[in-house]
Design a protein. Structure first.
Length: 125
């Protein structure tokens, strides 16, 4: 399965760039990060880069919930979902739906893949 993962988060003036980068790497340890304006952007080009996320979904026993949430985020050959930045900074996994309000904003994750349904099954099996 071919995947490219992009994660981005706005770095607010009250936040430390290194802490936001660490929050993203807590979920995507293999991701490379770069600051582009006020956004921290991360990228990884393999399913292995998602293995920690996959293990977190399994360990929390939230597979069905995550499968449903990710299915709502399918847009063509992409899957878009949002993670709580503060939870990620603490090494925790917390999803939320587009439109929910968070104090420091989300980590937006975009997964480009040749088969979004296969990706969702792989991540949640």
């Amino acid at each position: 399965m071919k995947v490219t993962v992009y994660a981005k988060a706005v770095v607010h003036p009250t936040e430390d760039v290194d802490k936001v980068a660490r929050a993203i790497r807590n979920i995507f340890p293999a991701a490379s990060t770069a600051l582009k304006g006020a956004e921290l952007v991360a990228r990884t080009d393999s399913a292995e880069g998602l293995e920690k996320l996959r293990m977190m979904v399994r360990s929390r026993r939230i597979r069905a919930t995550v499968r449903s949430l990710l299915s709502k985020g399918v847009e063509g050959d992409r899957v878009v979902f949002f993670l709580n930045k503060q939870a990620a900074a603490a090494g925790k996994l917390s999803f939320y739906e587009k439109g929910e309000v968070m104090a420091l904003g989300p980590i937006e994750v975009v997964v480009e893949t040749d088969d979004p349904r296969e990706f969702i099954e792989w991540l949640t099996q």
